[in-house]
Design a protein around this ligand. Sequence first.
Ligand code: SF4
Length: 384
Amino acid sequence: MEDKRDGIFRIGPIRPPSEADSLLLQVTSGCTWNKCKFCSLYRGSKFRTYSVESIKADIDTMGKYRDRILNMNFPDGRFNHEAVWEDIKQLPFEEQNCYYMIYNWLRNGGENVFLQDGNTIVLRPERLAEVLRYLRKVFPGIKRITSYGRAESLSRVSIEEFQELRAAGLDRIHSGYETGSDVVLDLINKGTTQEQQIRAGRNIKAAGIELSLYFMPGVGGKKYSRENALETAKVINAVDPDFVRIRTAVIKQGTDLWEMYKNGGLDIAGEDEKLAEIRLMIENTEGVHSYLASDHIINLLQNLEGHLDTDKLKLLGEIDKYFALKERDKKIYQLARRNGMVTGIKDLKKIPAGNMRQLESIVNDITSNEEWDIAMNNLMDRYI
Ligand code: SF4
């Protein structure tokens, strides 16, 4: 029995940062795998799918809120924010939440939808296609619909099935490949292989769906840093994804990877090593036009953006600006970044003198490099 109430639709917990303005439609909940050693996102919760009827009911509820909001618009089409606020205030809290999501989405253009949760693509293609068609029927103005998918699940979907999803309105798939190395995939228990990643990626692209891959520098520790970079570049070269998004590894306390580190089975890579890994990956990409995005606060250089072919030299140059800093300045930058003060090297000059003195004092206090790497890892733990 699916627990449904009038005026409420399901909202899952996670979406990629690039989907910040998207409407969230929950078609599954949790993750089918739930065993990656660095991830505790859905631990303790069971994966489940929802019936097409129940998802359609959520879409209908969303449509009703949309109509209710637009009906209050001024004659010239502007939102009547005051009337909307008055309307929201009289509703129970859970309904307010749903209402506000639609209102916020419409104010941001009402263009994109993200299908939650961690591995929606596992739904049978005909079921997912029915959801997509219904969503586009109720919201004909939607420009982009995207979803997460695990590489292993994606590798089981044929080009024809992806084409069916494309025709029904799926525009982009996000997938956390993390690494292209079979050794590292095994180490982190990702439950997929390089061969599956490549097959999945090529099929998605062949069907005309955009592919957004996530790369996790540092996830193999110091030992597999080079392997991680080179094998990931190999996968990118084989697939030519539309996007490669960097998600720097954080060894989070409470995960299996943290236990591995505590038991001596993993050496945590430092910030310089992780950035060198990104550099090596970029350097080894060839013949691909993928757009590299560093769109997460967890990354050391947030302004590392560009195409892997036409902007390659610019990307490498940005990284080299960091490596040209003195050792002490690198640590100050790392600390400033991990405290949200900077997004790129140029911001170092903008740090107020008082803050700079505090940063310098912390850098002076931590003299061991190993201790420093752990301290930075633990600071990053706050962000995810
Ligand atoms: S597939 Fe994604 S959501 Fe599932 S356990 Fe791995 S990282 Fe977490």
